[in-house]
Design a protein around this ligand. Structure first.
Ligand code: DGL
Length: 261
């Protein structure tokens, strides 16, 4: 199992997970694959999306020969983890909304879940809430527009604070409950926007993402994480506007992913 860690997302969101992985394993070789031709995933139909995710990940694994696949996408993981594990022979680490750690620290027992429309509605997410946060109020917010803001940011365009504010506003509106004190960033794109989100919150809240937990899990599964840089990033459509953004995270070698028909 000597290959790099392969990070997969629909778009640039997995870079927030790459950042956490680098903090834990500065010498790990990593490559990245994104399905930017089909991004955003959060608005796609489940059946076609599920098959697409398996096809793209199979092609990326073929191209990259990794030791482990990190599905750095809540929308993909809450839908297709089982299918991916069946289709691939390497270990697969998924990303799911960090409901458990959020419930462990929320004092007001009112948690916000900011994710794609698909993720907030998935049975997988409902199960997480029932298992780990059954005593909490969960305000679920479908914030697909933030995915595009994060994509634009990596292309060099500052986020539109009005759009961010609009997306966040349902979190602060519940008048007859304790206020939200903890927000789960249940989409890997959103940690990339955290400085802006923090600045827009009316009171300080805990912003929780899954990056650290994923890095710890990868460390358990793939203990040899010292084999140096890889730096390739694979895309399914042109990545001209994203090259500099990827380079900031150590992915400097672009390559087009070819899918078999
Ligand atoms: N980054 C993905 C996630 O964690 C979703 C982005 C999309 O909708 O494509 O859910």
């Amino acid at each position: 199992m000597a290959g790099p860690v392969l990070i997969f997302d629909s778009g640039v969101g997995g870079l927030s997970v790459a950042r956490s992985l680098r903090q834990h394993f500065p010498d790990a070789a990593m490559c990245y694959a994104c399905d930017n031709a089909w991004m955003p995933y959060g608005l796609r139909d489940d059946v076609t999306l599920s098959a697409r995710i398996v096809a793209v990940c199979q092609a990326a694994v073929q191209a990259c020969q990794p030791s482990v696949l990190v599905v750095a996408c809540n929308t993909a993981s809450t839908l297709a983890l089982d299918g991916l594990r069946k289709a691939l022979t390497i270990p697969v680490v998924g990303t799911v909304p960090a409901i458990k750690p959020a419930a462990a620290i929320s004092r007001t027992r009112h948690i916000g879940l900011l994710a794609t429309r698909a993720t907030v509605g998935r049975p997988y997410t409902q199960k997480l809430i029932e298992s780990f946060a059954s005593d909490c109020i969960i305000t679920r917010v479908a914030a697909d527009k933030l995915v595009l803001e994060a994509e634009a940011l990596l292309g060099g365009i500052s986020p539109n604070t009005e759009r961010l504010q609009q997306a966040l506003s349902p979190l602060w509106q519940a008048a007859d409950t304790q206020p939200v004190d903890t927000v789960v960033l249940g989409c890997t794109h959103f940690p990339l926007l955290k400085p802006w989100l923090e600045a827009l919150a009316p009171t300080p809240v805990n912003w929780i993402d899954s990056g650290d937990a994923i890095a710890r899990r990868v460390g358990q599964i793939a203990p040899v994480l010292k084999n140096g840089q890889d730096g390739r990033f694979f895309t399914t459509a042109s990545a001209d506007t994203l090259g500099q953004g990827f380079a900031q995270y150590g992915f400097c070698i672009p390559s087009r992913l070819e899918l078999s028909a």
